[in-house]
Write a protein that binds this ligand. Structure first.
Ligand code: AMP
Length: 114
């Protein structure tokens, strides 16, 4: 999508602190980190939110989880654990309408979320 900030990051049109990239996804550090480790994983293809996952694009979502597992091992957070967050829509707290998975780590998180 033309004016989508995360599409632009996926295409390299906006600079970001990229920690992983392949032909399908990009992972980059969040500009406003909520934990010592806080990065986002996005598909390069524009998918607005979890509401738009379907049989044609679900392989991108499973790939994102494979990438998260790989990065968790590389960043040595797999053993302690971490939180994956996908906000959906207004009530879910989604502010960027391009699906993204937050990975937060290196501190303990409480439940339930606020
Ligand atoms: P959400 O509120 O779930 O939609 O999360 C959007 C996240 O994107 C927030 O944590 C922002 O800090 C982050 N964010 C927005 N713009 C950028 C950017 N250009 N580079 C890195 N993170 C960003």
């Amino acid at each position: 999508m033309e004016d989508c900030i995360f599409c632009k990051i996926g295409k390299g049109q906006i600079s970001s602190d990229i920690i992983y990239e392949d032909d399908k996804v990009v992972a980059f550090n969040d500009v406003n980190p909520q934990a010592p480790i806080h990065f986002l994983v996005i598909p390069k293809e524009h998918i607005e939110s979890a509401n738009n996952i379907n049989n044609n694009n679900c392989h991108l979502i499973s790939h994102i989880y494979i990438v998260i597992a790989r990065l968790a091992k590389e960043l040595e957070i797999a053993e302690d654990g971490y939180r994956i967050v996908n906000n959906c829509g207004e009530f879910g707290g989604q502010t960027v309408p391009h699906i993204h998975f937050h990975v937060l780590a290196d501190r303990k998180f409480s439940w339930p979320p606020g």
